[in-house]
Design a protein around this ligand. Sequence first.
Ligand code: ADP
Ligand code: MG
Length: 341
Amino acid sequence: MTYVQFKNITKHYGSEVALSNFSLEIASGELVSILGPSGCGKTTALRILAGFIEPTDGSLLVNGQEILELPAAKRGYGMVFQSYSLFPNMTTFENIEFPLKLRKTDATARIKRVNELLDLINMAEHANKFPHQLSGGQQQRIALARALALEPPILLLDEPLSALDATVRDQLRDEIRSLQKRLGITTVFVTHDQQEAMAISDRVAVMRSGQVEQVGSPKELYQNPRNSFVAKFVGTSNQIESIRIGQAWKVLGSTVSGPEGFDTGIAFIRPEDITITASPGGVAVIEEISFLGSFTRVFISIDKNRVIADLQISEADKFSVGQQVELTIRDANPLIEAMGI
Ligand code: ADP
Ligand code: MG
């Protein structure tokens, strides 16, 4: 059931358009990521939901009620930012306790709730430390606990992992997801990192220039990107010149289905959808074979293009640099866009 609904939200800053008819629906208990390059309007959308920014136009419903008139404090959503933003002169315990004190929760209930939250984020043993005595990952866990203290109906996370180094980032990402599922809390997660968005989300909204380009599960976006922007932003794609012959399209050595209305195009093909077969005299030549652990990436030149194919290690072992090969594709219905758009 739809819980949050952005309806044609527009936000102007002077002549700058930060959001333009931004629409997005989020179901109760769902984690939706807003993914897009820097400056595309992600933070603006999140802060409008939080109540920190008023949109120029549009409507915002939560649980079926228009909330744009409601001040941020009345909405009461939990928020975590990229910077840890803890109070430096307060301990872990006091930081988490702070919103409960503001709310004038009585001392017994307060202590019980903070202890619950400390257990939830596995930080009980650090309750009396100050932020400067803790790692970035630990500080961000405390910021999360503080955001959850008042049991908000919605949790808003604005690039909460961007300041952390890679190992901690992956670990905390998984912790946030498991916590979010356990609590069943409706969550909006803003990020510019596609891998992060794919790993953590029920659905991802890919944004460009103030608008949503496509919304879908990570798998839907990866397998059926609506356009080249999404295809390039989510995962890796080969861009291969293709021509239409009658009703079908010729992409490398394969015939596939594709759009009508134009005769030359660019097909977007995932590296794992390329198949290599040995073909003495073939026009494709293996240039480089790169072992990447769980798979092997093969670089192939064909005409003036360079194509990458990701193979199982045992499959890649059959080939060597300099070998002439033929390429076919596994995707029977790839994205093909007209040349030059
Ligand atoms: P993102 O979070 O995706 O990086 P933002 O939502 O922060 O993007 O910004 C979207 C656009 O709006 C950017 O072009 C940014 O420069 C502009 N913008 C954001 N906040 C302001 C502001 N307070 N005043 C003027 N322009 C702003
Ligand atoms: Mg931002």
